[in-house]
Write a protein of this length. Structure first.
Length: 108
């Protein structure tokens, strides 16, 4: 059961990350059709676009879609005090210095 859940999670993460790769692969496989039919610059062969404008438009649409799905980073979270420590002032004599590894105090 754990193995199936792990495979499902791995697959879902892979699919999410492979969105742009799938678009680029689809464009590469169908580049001739896109350049002849879908390209905005098909009437301007001097630009040598070859359907890259269509690829750019699709990638931009996917990026905007992903941006809309992300939660906004301007969320306001309440401030929570986890604990409060009130410490008494530490009084150290300048003549007696204690070393943590030494059992006897040193005098200055």
């Amino acid at each position: 059961m754990r193995k199936a859940i792990a495979i499902l999670l791995l697959f879902s993460l892979s699919v999410h990350c492979a969105g742009q790769l799938g678009i680029a692969a689809s464009w590469w496989l169908n580049q001739d059709y896109i350049a002849r039919v879908l390209c905005i610059n098909r009437d301007k062969p001097q630009l040598k676009c070859n359907g890259k404008c269509h690829l750019r438009k699709q990638l931009k649409a996917v990026a905007e879609h992903e941006k809309k799905q992300q939660p906004s980073s301007k969320q306001v979270f309440p401030e929570i005090t986890l604990f409060c420590v009130v410490a008494a002032p530490l009084r150290v004599s300048p003549r007696r210095i204690l070393l943590p590894l030494c059992a006897t105090p040193l005098t200055a």
